[in-house]
Design a binder for this molecule. Structure first.
Ligand code: TMP
Length: 229
């Protein structure tokens, strides 16, 4: 017996652009329509990946070489694919992932200036050809987004881990990250949909749900209730 492969949706954007909120809202909307949804994130998503995440995001991780940073992102990703993403897709689930390889291309390829080619080569080698069926790129302004992310971290002094390492990067770094995200969207318009994230959450959620329906569910209408859970 074969089960139809599920759908793999990734959400990308700058730190503080609101993507985690939108991912949760999309999961709620799809579950209401009877879909079986798994939400996850990168770096992380597995016990091993979360350990790697703690190293990568901790601002006390000083002197991490950009190539080592890239390798750690892909180490966490390979584990995540093997342990979570592929098995869920094989069971026909919707996998909603907060960041994926586009973030490596934007942050390490663009921000750290390692270039896209090594990132895409590592993706081909380590990710077994897995591509998202749809990527939502939440486009936002650099200054506003990064300021929001920094405020959020400062307001959460009780959070388990320090996750500030990337947020202390320069404005020029984040401009390169944003530019690379937009270049990916231009290169792969059939996969990547750009959404204006400089708005209140409600219209952004509506637009994202509309894109998912149109591109993955083949309709702008709400699918009939009673689908698989
Ligand atoms: P987030 O979970 O708040 O999105 O934070 C994850 C941070 O890690 C964010 O600053 C982007 C960065 N990152 C990379 O630099 N490369 C990657 O491949 C991924 C997945 C994340």
């Amino acid at each position: 017996m074969t089960t139809a492969r599920g759908k793999f949706i990734t959400i990308e954007g700058l730190d503080g652009c609101g993507k985690s909120t939108q991912l949760e809202r999309l999961a709620v909307a799809l579950r209401k329509q009877g879909m079986n949804v798994v939400t996850t994130r990168e770096p992380g998503g597995t016990a091993i990946g979360e350990k790697v995440r703690a190293v990568l995001l901790d601002s006390r991780t000083a002197g991490l070489d950009p190539w080592a940073e890239l390798a750690l992102m892909f180490a966490a990703r390979a584990q995540h694919i093997a342990e979570v993403i592929r098995p869920a897709l094989e069971r026909g689930k919707f996998v909603l992932c907060d960041r994926f390889t586009d973030s490596s291309e934007a942050y390490q390829g663009g921000g750290r200036q390692l270039g896209s080619e090594p990132v895409l080569t590592l993706h081909r080698t380590l990710c077994g050809g897995l591509q998202p069926d749809l990527t939502i790129l939440m486009d936002s302004d650099v200054a506003a987004s990064v300021e929001r992310a920094r405020r959020r971290n400062q307001q959460n002094p009780g959070q388990q881990h320090d996750e500030n390492r990337f947020e202390s990067e320069s404005r020029a770094f984040f401009e390169r990250v944003r530019g690379t995200f937009l270049a990916i969207a231009e290169r792969e318009p059939q996969r990547v949909a750009v959404v204006n994230a400089r708005r209140q959450p409600d219209p952004v959620s509506e637009e994202i749900l509309g894109i998912v329906r149109e591109r993955l569910l083949g309709s702008k209408e709400t699918p009939a209730a009673g689908g698989r859970r």
